[in-house]
Design a binder for this molecule. Structure first.
Ligand code: ADP
Ligand code: MG
Length: 352
């Protein structure tokens, strides 16, 4: 690196995805066993087994970027760090089996605090039938980092990538969207109230649903099971960690297609709508741009529509179009609005 300082590029100018593209562009695959390397929710490795392949993913949680220790209980933090990884394995239509957990902890944290994080990791492992198979432990000069690697498997023919969506496929999402972001707004607001007046006791009961979605999310195991039982293999799938818009764009970019989604079809819980009203924000914005819902976004062939239309956990929200159509939101008014990603990007969103 011989560039002088003035000509260096600020990472925030690129953003997370362009940075990943840039730093990985010179890496070629050296092994035939690398079925899918960089560029999906998880990597797919042929382990020599005739039927099954191995699926691997990794996510880092960084203090004051992904979580704020003033309102996130440590146990929940451990739980959520595991869930975020399992979600990426489910997004490949895989079954997670093992995790490795790496932590870097500053001296601000006690042994009991780390144990508390691990009680959350254990809870997630027990609930999703996962073995903690290893990890790494080190110190940090500032804050806490949790890095989880999850490993799973899938039948080779069942793996679903981001790049298989075809024109006229139906776009579906699981559960409801925007709730985790609603929960985050409530927690941020209560933190400010508490800072201003530490005597104030927050009244949070009415927000239980959105707080739980923020603090104790779940991953899509049940959706994978339902799809399997219905004998549906999605043509493309991704988990919704950065907001619906960002994930639709990933599918369209990878599948070389366009998409239309319909505002009135986007599933949003009444509890989320109530919070959006309180903050005077359109609830659809929560679903489109909020993060961490850990629901699944997937596309299916039209022939599978009959099988899926009565499933209460799944909503049909739109269809895949030709690439020339771009990615659009059809508003309730009938207007088509281009989808512009403003989702979660840790380099572009500065939390105070
Ligand atoms: P997700 O949001 O599903 O966790 P990411 O956007 O983090 O996915 O990552 C997209 C792809 O880029 C994945 O294949 C991931 O493994 C890869 N990736 C992310 N960061 C790096 C990195 N620093 N080095 C190599 N590959 C990376
Ligand atoms: Mg993902």
């Amino acid at each position: 690196m011989t560039k002088n300082k003035d000509s260096l590029t600020n990472i925030s100018e690129l953003g997370e995805f362009a940075l990943i593209d840039k730093i990985t562009e010179n890496f070629d695959s050296k092994h035939k066993s690398t079925v899918k390397g960089i560029g999906d929710d998880a990597a797919v490795i042929d382990n020599g087994d005739n039927q099954n392949c191995t699926i691997i993913t990794k996510d880092i949680f960084s203090e004051n970027v992904h979580f704020d220790i003033t309102y996130v209980p440590l146990k929940h933090l451990g739980y959520k760090a595991v869930i975020a990884n399992l979600s990426d394995i489910f997004a490949m239509n895989g079954t997670p089996t093992h995790i490795f957990a790496g932590i870097a902890v500053s001296s601000r944290y006690s042994v009991e605090a780390v144990e508390e994080i691990y009680s959350g990791i254990k809870l997630a492992c027990d609930k999703y039938n996962i073995d903690l198979a290893g990890g790494d432990t080190t110190s940090s000069k500032s804050g806490l980092f949790i890095s989880i690697t999850a490993i799973g498997n899938a039948k080779k023919e069942n793996v679903v990538y981001r790049d298989g969506a075809k024109e006229n496929d139906i776009i579906c999402v699981s559960g409801d969207l925007g709730a985790a972001y609603a929960g985050l707004l409530i927690l941020e607001r209560e933190k400010q109230v508490f800072k201003a007046n530490p005597e104030m006791q927050p009244k949070l009961d009415q927000y239980n649903y959105v707080l739980e979605r923020q603090l104790k999310p779940e991953a899509g195991a049940n959706i994978i099971k339902i799809l399997n039982e219905l004998n549906i293999k999605p043509s493309a799938m991704i988990d919704i960690s950065d907001g619906l818009t960002s994930e639709i764009k990933h599918i369209c970019k990878n599948s070389n297609c366009g998409a239309s989604i319909y505002e009135e079809k986007i599933p949003i819980s009444n509890k989320t709508i109530e919070v959006a009203r309180e903050f005077q924000i359109d609830p659809v914005t929560f679903a489109l741009n909020g993060g961490e819902d850990f629901e699944l976004l997937f596309t299916i062939n039209q022939k599978d529509y009959e099988k899926i239309k009565e499933v209460k956990e799944i909503s049909v929200i739109g269809h895949i179009d030709d690439k020339s159509e771009g990615e659009k939101l059809i508003a309730t008014s009938g207007n088509a609005i281009e989808l512009i990603a403003q989702g979660w990007d840790s380099f572009k969103i500065e939390k105070q």
